[in-house]
Design a protein around this ligand. Structure first.
Ligand code: PGA
Length: 257
């Protein structure tokens, strides 16, 4: 059975001092057994090494929010997969809609980064999702299917089983508007079917598909109860220990035994 995975995307928030406070708060409250659930925190680059020292030996795994597709070189401002591995990252968020919108990231670039991340031993959390305009035009299915097919291009079935897809409708990110559990479930199933067509159904059944977009303690239980929602990528609500923990509790509660 697929584990429920909760990842906190800290975005461009938290200095190292603030990061320490948040992680210590999360650790202090994470006193219950996680069972099959997993927890990942994704702080900004400047806090990764510090947060790693605080989560090492705990149930919390570390992720970054972006990576480049070369090991090293003259790429001013970029960070490479081996660099992320060296500070203890196991995961990396790729193709977040903010990176697509503000930094021009395309499906092709996200695919290149995903392949490199996998080859370097990082697990990518690859984001897909439609804009409000696309949903209103009724082209959500087409957009999401194209994104999934493009970002997974030339990735082996062994690798696809390891990675995480995050379905994040752009209109639900940071807006307080959440997709209804049914709206999210419909797209999650579509993503799984698309992976099934590209690989095999047995492969698709192993892929963890997270939902993201205004996930809060209050809506997380219903979302996480859906058959094809295997976790959450949490923005705003992960910046406070209490709300992040409440979402993790709902992941534990809704984990299939
Ligand atoms: P949000 O962000 O929970 O604040 O909507 C989610 C995300 O962007 O990953």
């Amino acid at each position: 059975m697929r584990p429920k995975i909760i990842a906190g995307n800290w975005k461009m928030y938290k200095t190292p001092t603030e990061s320490k406070d948040l992680v210590e708060g999360i650790k202090a409250k994470l006193t219950f057994p996680l069972g099959a659930a997993k927890v990942i925190v994704c702080p900004p680059f400047t806090s990764l090494a510090l947060v790693q020292s605080l989560v090492s030996g705990s149930a919390i795994a570390l992720g970054a929010q972006n990576v480049y597709f070369e090991d090293e070189g003259a790429y001013t401002g970029e960070v490479s997969p081996p660099m992320l591995r060296s500070v203890g990252c196991s995961y990396v968020i790729l193709g977040h809609s903010e990176r697509r919108q503000y930094f021009g990231e395309t499906n092709e670039l996200v695919n290149k980064k995903a392949r490199k991340a996998l080859a370097s031993g990082l697990i990518p959390i690859v984001c897909v999702g439609e804009t409000l305009e696309q949903r209103e035009k009724n082209i959500t299915d087409q957009i999401v299917t194209t994104q999934v097919r493009s970002v997974l291009k030339d990735i082996s079935s062994g690798d696809v089983e390891r990675l995480i897809i995050a379905y994040e409708p752009v209109w639900a990110i940071g807006t307080g508007k959440t997709a209804t559990p049914q709206q999210a479930q419909d797209v999650h199933l579509l993503i799984r079917k698309t992976i099934g067509q590209m690989y095999a159904w047995a492969t698709a059944e192993k892929v963890v598909i997270q939902y993201g977009g205004s996930v809060k303690p209050e809506n997380s239980r219903d979302l996480l109860s859906q058959a094809d929602i295997d976790g959450a990528l949490v923005g705003g609500a992960c910046l406070k220990a209490d709300s992040f923990i409440a979402i993790i509790e709902n992941a534990v509660l809704t984990s299939r035994k």
